[in-house]
Every structure is written in structure tokens, then in C-alpha cells.
Design a protein around this ligand. Structure first.
Ligand SMILES: CCCCCCCCCCCCCCCC(=O)SCCNC(=O)CCNC(=O)[C@H](O)C(C)(C)COP(=O)(O)OP(=O)(O)OC[C@H]1O[C@@H](n2cnc3c(N)ncnc32)[C@H](O)[C@@H]1OP(=O)(O)O
Length: 216
């Protein structure tokens, strides 16, 4: 993948290490699902290496175990898994890694869509795309403040994503208004030439009276 000079300059600021945040949230050392595995295609690897080079350390995150809410039964709590990381077969479903700019105003996610995510024949299911957008906007908003819940997500599907392909999901903070964070997101081909999906989300920090994201 060739990156234009302009794009390179823009991307050199992605250097926030999400792992620094994790110990506060997850008491056990999680398996890092964002590390490369044998299912990652050439494009996914090249992009990963590109963004990783811009970081001082490995700027990757993700764990599959959810700590679960106190209201859950012990059985459900022990079996709870982060939805996007609950399929152990590498490459079968959601393969992704997130990078954040140091000021946290922008985030980029490299996403390779596996064969279990089929919707229309040969293409990715709209719910799977929305799941990834929700993951990116929700994680982005959580890093900006504190764990959030998605209150509203508007998704416009512009062109289908071929199954097995790698795409970029980029989010930016549009506006912060008290507890509410407005984040917009674009899913594009890796060279940015094709727009697949656009979305806007409102992710407030839950108020004291609401249940809140106890799993984070
Ligand atoms: C720390 C680093 C961590 C990093 C590592 C993270 C790891 C993690 C990885 C996984 C990342 C996955 C991320 C998934 C994110 C979900 O998928 S969350 C699951 C889906 N969402 C839900 O289930 C939320 C259900 N809804 C609710 O619980 C409550 O409605 C909410 C959203 C918490 C808000 O309730 P509340 O706190 O009582 O707030 P409320 O006063 O009603 O409203 C607050 C403000 O938001 C506005 N609002 C409320 N609802 C709406 C709406 N639907 N539309 C527009 N505005 C609304 C209100 O108008 C209000 O505005 P103001 O009046 O203040 O101007």
C-alpha cells in the first residue's frame, strides 16, 4: 500500500497506547486479540505495520473476556465475552486493531471482515458493520472521558464491503457537550478512494441514575 505524502504527515500523530489504560479496567492480563495472526492478509499486515511504526510501543488493544455486570448470574458472568472477540477461529469474524492519535481526537481501526460475517452474498452484513462502528465510536468516546454507552447511532450504507476484505474505520470527535460526545465515523477502502459507510453517534457518559457500562 502506497501512502501519499500528505496522508503520511497526517498519520504520524497516531501514537496513543491503549494498553496503558487497560489494567485499570481489566484486572487479569487479557489475551491481546489485536496482535497479528496467521489469518491477517497482506493489506491488514501492511497497515498494521504502518500504524505500529508510528507508535513508541505496540498500540494495540483488545481482550475477549468481559468482567460482566453484578446483576448477572454467576454462570452468565463467567461466560460473558466481548461480542467482537468471542470467536476463537482466527480470521473467521472480526479481525481488527485500533490506533488513537495522542490527543485522542481521531481514531483509526483496521478491520478485516471474516467469512462468518456474511450478509448479502459475498458481502459483509450491515449489522456487523454497525457493530464495528459502534465499537470504534464507543471505545473512542470512552478513551476521551470515561466509559460510555451508545445512546444514538445513525448509519448510512453507501457501498457494500466484500467479504474477506480489509477496510479502514476512522472516527473523529465532532463535538463535546457536557456528558455527551458526538463522534462521526467513515468506513472506506484502505486507500480511502471508496466510501463504504458513514455514521454519527452520540455516546453520553451514563448519568448517576442510569445502569451504566458496568462491564468496562
Ligand atoms: C476508559 C477507556 C476504555 C477503553 C476501552 C473500552 C473497551 C470497550 C470496548 C467495547 C466498546 C464497545 C462499545 C459498545 C457501546 C455499546 O454498544 S453500548 C450498548 C448499547 N447502548 C445501550 O444499551 C444504551 C441504553 N441506554 C441507556 O442506558 C441510557 O439511555 C443512556 C444512553 C446511558 C443515557 O441515560 P442517562 O445517563 O440517564 O442520560 P439522559 O439524562 O437520559 O441523557 C443524557 C443526554 O443524552 C441525550 N440522549 C439520551 N438518549 C439519546 C438518544 N437516543 N439520542 C440522542 N440523545 C440522547 C439526552 O437528551 C441527554 O442530553 P442533555 O439533556 O444532557 O442535553
Amino acid at each position: 500500500m502506497k501512502l501519499s505524502k500528505k496522508k503520511k504527515n497526517k498519520q504520524t500523530v497516531f501514537c496513543f497506547n491503549v494498553q496503558h489504560v487497560l489494567p485499570k479496567i481489566f484486572p487479569r492480563k487479557p489475551r491481546d486479540f489485536s496482535l497479528p495472526n496467521s489469518s491477517w492478509g497482506k493489506e491488514m499486515m501492511e497497515l498494521y505495520n504502518h500504524y505500529n511504526r508510528l507508535t513508541a510501543d505496540q498500540s494495540v488493544y483488545l481482550c475477549c473476556v468481559s468482567s460482566g455486570g453484578a446483576y448477572l448470574s454467576k454462570i452468565i458472568q463467567s461466560k460473558a465475552r466481548l461480542f467482537t472477540r468471542n470467536i476463537r477461529d482466527p480470521g473467521a469474524a472480526f479481525e481488527y486493531v485500533l490506533f488513537f492519535r495522542q490527543d485522542k481526537l481521531k481514531c483509526v481501526c483496521i478491520f478485516q471482515a471474516g467469512h462468518l460475517l456474511e450478509g448479502p452474498p459475498g458481502h459483509v452484513h450491515g449489522g456487523a458493520i454497525a457493530t464495528m462502528i459502534d465499537t470504534v465510536t464507543g471505545t473512542h468516546a470512552s478513551l476521551l472521558s470515561a466509559p460510555v454507552m451508545t445512546a444514538n447511532l445513525n448509519v448510512n450504507y453507501r457501498s457494500p464491503i466484500p467479504l474477506g476484505s480489509t477496510v479502514l474505520i476512522e472516527s473523529i470527535l465532532d463535538k463535546e457537550d457536557g456528558r455527551k460526545m458526538y463522534i462521526s465515523c467513515r468506513v472506506t477502502s484502505t486507500d480511502g478512494s471508496k466510501l463504504h459507510t458513514e455514521a454519527t453517534g452520540n455516546c453520553p457518559q451514563p448519568g448517576e441514575s442510569s445502569e451504566g457500562p458496568s462491564h468496562l
